[in-house]
Ligand binder design. Sequence first.
Ligand SMILES: NC(=O)c1ccc[n+]([C@@H]2O[C@H](COP(=O)([O-])OP(=O)(O)OC[C@H]3O[C@@H](n4cnc5c(N)ncnc54)[C@H](O)[C@@H]3O)[C@@H](O)[C@H]2O)c1
Length: 326
Amino acid sequence: MKDLRIGLVGAGGASAMHYQVLSQEPAVRVVGVTDVDAARAGARSRAWGIEPYPDLASLLPHVDAVFVCTPPGHHRGPTVQAAEAGVHVYCEKPMALTLEDADAMIDACQKAGVLLQIGTNFHFLPGYRRLWQLFADGELGDLAACWIRMMNMFPTSGWDDRRQQGHWRMRPEDSGGRLFEQIHLVNWLHWVGGPVESVYGRALSVAKDLPVDDLDLAVFHFRRGYGLAELGLTPTAINEGSAGILGTEGGAVLRGDRLLLRRRDAAHEAEVPLVAVPSRQRHFLDCVRDGRTPETDGVDGRMSLAACLAFMRSAKEDRVVRIEEL
Ligand SMILES: NC(=O)c1ccc[n+]([C@@H]2O[C@H](COP(=O)([O-])OP(=O)(O)OC[C@H]3O[C@@H](n4cnc5c(N)ncnc54)[C@H](O)[C@@H]3O)[C@@H](O)[C@H]2O)c1
């Protein structure tokens, strides 16, 4: 099997995370990295023994695919440029901050016949995947409701440090807000429930000294059933999270790595064993090699983005927002 040659665009945290996985993959060669901050690209390239490139144009001729790991408002440019050069794209989440950018990215990749995978994770985490699978296999019947809750401790979650550094995550115009940054939650909900039809949301600031919302509550309406997302930075020393699906034939809940299922006619809950699933990076590599469309492709990423945009509008205008309004 010929090596797949990969380039990294952006030399920050996400890039490092992908490098760690990709460098362990057989028949894959991480060729080089580029960053608008040349010193950063230089430091990473020395640490990883790969080439630093001054810009994307000089990296593209050497690779089959790029991992776009720049901040959310800077995904469109590298994605379109790579696609036009015939290079496959794995683009970090959220795919963009506007639907116009998302559409330009999808169009460019379709026109060029290259793959576009968006970096939402939950399809590739065993617990969330198995929970979705129970529903997709019909074991829970029709959807009544699904939920996902993630309450992380503040300030030790890293948000405090970022405030000090003036990081892009602390600027709503650059990050989109907290739910955009944790768009995985939204992505999982519409994986279960199908396309989102309308959204009602509240974006609150509870830890008053953060410039971004820190408690997001959203209700997503699907064609059938609804989904609830709760995302927060708790001021107390507690981390709390779960996801679940309530159906007409049973319910299932995931807490940590423990998945419990109770069928309608069963007397007790039963634990459902989890099975390993390929990483999101492996999924992308397999799709490139086999010419398959990734599960979390541009269209899927656009649905998550539209739901987040509707959430923000709903929170601002205090009303239910339909996706078709966007
Ligand atoms: N899927 C996940 O689990 C996960 C985890 C972390 C981050 N992310 C996503 O990855 C992206 C990057 O996050 P991060 O934590 O690595 O941020 P970061 O700030 O650590 O790194 C971003 C890097 O991109 C560089 N950059 C900015 N504009 C550029 C451009 N036009 N061309 C080249 N380089 C450019 C910056 O100089 C910086 O080095 C974000 O979209 C974030 O949401 C995803």
